[in-house]
Design a binder for this molecule. Structure first.
Ligand code: IPM
Ligand code: MG
Length: 361
């Protein structure tokens, strides 16, 4: 029987529209092959939304997302909007959609593909076999804590303030996702905090520790975030699942991404307790190469695979997509960011065509 899904597409800014177009063509093909009827609807977010409506997340966009089975986002942001007041910046739209859909759990896998081992800036023996899942809390912490703002003090000097805060319930629900994720992987979970200095981190550590009793099959460890950053580049293979707060997760997931050679390869899934989840590449909108057909669409394609697996429960389609990506790399096709000697250099569209050809064969 045909399964029907309504998917909201958010192309956003920069390279966003290019990489999403490639991905949609691929989803359409997989749909016809596996009897899945994707109904795509497109909406505005980020800078393009600011240009058209004055707001980075128009109400209609949020409404459309809420009425869909999954949201596939490309990327937002660009120089053009960098100096606007904060409520009119593209990033504010991204934070608002995460909060608006209650997407508190952000899964960011960093897996080394054997085909790309030479693309890493670290030695092959350090990165070979790395397979890390960063579980980042996404709707709390210093990104959302109050008070925040730039305030004038009595002397007239300005003071910038953000607040890192977590409630027990916020820690518990992300820890639950992390323990369950670790259970499905190798059973190792490392919680990252700054409990040697921050009270909010002490509470984080206490809650995560007390939850460990419920998961006797998971081996829990703790690291301070500075040490975790160091360990990630020193000996990344010691990690399996990492759980951490919003800001630390932002930083560590970029570092973990780079182990794999290019941030242009990494997908992510943002999940709440209910549908829809939001699926987006970890990389940004790369305004410097926008519109030039140079972007690597694979993180977007792999985000669609995460959408199929985690958002729509279509594991078979997800695997098919992931295999096609591996096959394209095995056949030597590379975009600029992962290019190495002897490989076949392709642009964004051509990479999409390679994937279509592989899927059709
Ligand atoms: C990310 C990005 C965003 C974040 C920005 C664009 C708001 O860096 O998804 O990691 O900080 O969360
Ligand atoms: Mg980031």
């Amino acid at each position: 029987m045909t399964r029907q899904y309504r998917i909201t597409l958010l192309p956003g800014d920069g390279i966003g529209p290019e990489i999403l177009a490639v991905t949609v063509d691929i989803l359409k093909l997989i749909g016809t092959q596996l009897d899945i009827d994707f109904q795509f609807q497109e909406a505005l977010i980020g800078g393009s939304a600011i240009d058209e409506t004055g707001k980075p997340l128009p109400k209609e966009t949020l409404q459309m997302c809420r009425n869909s089975d999954a949201v596939l986002l490309a990327a937002i942001g660009g120089y053009k909007w960098d100096n606007l007041p904060r409520e009119q910046r593209p990033e504010t739209g991204l934070l608002a959609i995460r909060a608006g859909l209650n997407l508190f759990a952000n899964l960011r896998p960093a897996t080394i593909l054997p085909q790309l081992i030479d693309a890493s800036s670290l030695k092959p023996e350090i990165v070979e076999g790395v397979d890390i899942m960063v579980v980042r809390e996404l709707t709390g912490g210093i990104y959302f804590g109050e008070p925040k703002g730039i305030f004038e003090t009595e002397t007239g000097e300005k003071r910038g303030v953000n607040t890192m805060a977590y409630r027990e319930s916020e820690i518990d629900r992300i820890a639950k996702v992390a323990f369950e994720t670790a259970q499905k992987r190798s059973g190792k979970l490392c919680s990252v905090d700054k409990a040697n200095v921050l009270d909010v981190s002490q509470l984080w550590r206490d809650r995560v520790t007390s939850m460990a009793e419920k998961y006797p099959d998971v081996e829990l460890s703790h690291l301070y975030v500075d040490n975790a950053a160091m360990q990630l580049v020193r000996e990344p293979k010691q990690f399996d699942t990492i759980v951490t707060g919003n800001l630390f997760g932002d930083i560590l997931s970029d570092a973990a991404a780079m182990l794999t050679g290019s941030i242009g390869m990494l997908p992510s899934a943002s999940l709440g307790l209910e549908k829809p989840g939001l699926f987006e590449p970890v990389h940004g909108s790369a305004p410097d190469i926008a519109g030039q057909d140079k972007a690597n669409p694979l993180a977007q394609v792999l985000s669609a695979a995460m959408m199929l697996r985690y958002g729509l429960n279509e594991a078979k389609a997800a695997t098919r997509l992931e295999k096609a990506v591996l096959e394209a790399l095995a056949q030597g096709y590379r975009t600029g960011d992962i290019m190495s000697q002897g490989m076949k250099s392709v642009g964004c569209k051509a990479m999409g065509e390679v994937l279509l050809r592989i899927l059709e064969s």
